[in-house]
Unconditional design. Sequence first.
Length: 522
Amino acid sequence: MSPHNTPESATIADATGTPSTAELAEAEAALAEITEQKAVRLAKRDRLIGAATTPGGGAYPVSVPVTDTIPAVRARFGDLEPDAVTGVTAGLAGRVVHLRNTGKLCFASLQAGDGSRIQAMVSLGEVGAESLAAWKDLVDLGDHLFVSGEVISSRRGELSIMVAEWQIAAKALLPLPNLHTELSEETRVRSRYLDLIAREQARASVVARSQTVASLRKTFTDRNFLEIETPMLQVMHGGASARPFTTHSNAFDTDLYLRIAPELFLKRAVVGGIDRVYEINRNFRNEGADSTHSPEFAMLEAYEAYGDYNSIADLTQTLIQDAALAVSGSHVVTWADGTEFDLSGEWDRIGMYESLSVALGYLVSPETPLAELQALAEREGIEVEHPIHGKYVEELWEHFVKGGLTRPTFVMDFPVDTSPLVRGHRSVAGVVEKWDLYVRGFELATGYSELVDPVIQRERFVEQARLAAGGDPEAMRLDEEFLRALEYGMPPTGGMGMGIDRLLMALSGLGIRETILFPLVK
């Protein structure tokens, strides 16, 4: 329900986080609503707990005597011939993802967190009648199970443990989904834990993300950058054109903003003498969600004193190519659908005004009258909410040029009135030294020659304030503390920002909800 039609008694929680009436009622209803299958498993839980001989045992023991992992045993014994024995005893734990009970011999497939599996064979001759009966009675699909026994190969050549003893490591009260049927996208997103159990691609995405972030940090470390952390809660939002989330601090009795970007604090660090600085962390923007946007997302920003937008473009290309190598072993990455995408070589650099002029067949420049841009936009059915020169140029460029980009491309030199934190171009009036990097048809990163003149920066902020007063919710606010820092002197600097989620999209071919482990959903 939306806030305006939600009864007061049905709110999720009050300002202190105390559960509401509706929340408590929902929890009580969940306790009362127990399916037949869950009831059977609850009864098994009770029997396990009742039969436990030590505290912390039963359905949820505090530990089990694991001596090996499934991946390690597979790596060591994966090439056994059928019917082979090793004489090696291993104690393993995993989740039961397949179960077959047939008389005097039972089988289970145990799955480790990385998706690797091993077969457990439970025979009457090895464990005895009582243990075999308990197995048949108590073990279900989804349970975490400990088994110990000799590593062997079955008649069919499947790597197995001939179980000598076993123990429930954690009883599952809900059944797993059918692992032979693809989960719906809704289930994958809402219940990512099931997605991770069921789908190799989901697990691979988590690994790829970790490898990517590790690669980014290594590339920065190799270039003497320092990683720092800047505030998530800010008294004034800034560093980007975006709508913020607002919250309230009881301790300070003031409204605060979840940050939309770390830029203005990272630049303060450069003023303070940290010449090469970066941050990888979360940003929050109170805007729409689609295949390339999420209200909460991971962001990389970096600043290099005595660099400019050319040197920072070189760095960005290196960061991405190094990440591709870390994830796939090549600059040519293979997406989830099998498509290959080439990230190798030197990437194209094109001018925004020049490429738009080529697409239109006539010159568009910073001097092109606003009325002419408006007429062109109307003819193409393009709506611009806040009609200024730069927004028309950018919307027209996206309409006429963006769709034709196939290789990774730096789009250079943006209109001045849409880039309030960027240095004016060194030789072209009316534009700034900014690029956007387009990969896979979407904007992956942006980079600047940073505006370090506090007088011009103040003028740009004032102009943004006028836009805000005119109703532009994305316009920046005048940040006196940041301006004061600039007045102490900031060296010439190049800066860049890149979405980590979008980088994973470029490397994997997946949508943004697949690259975020736990995306926000309604």
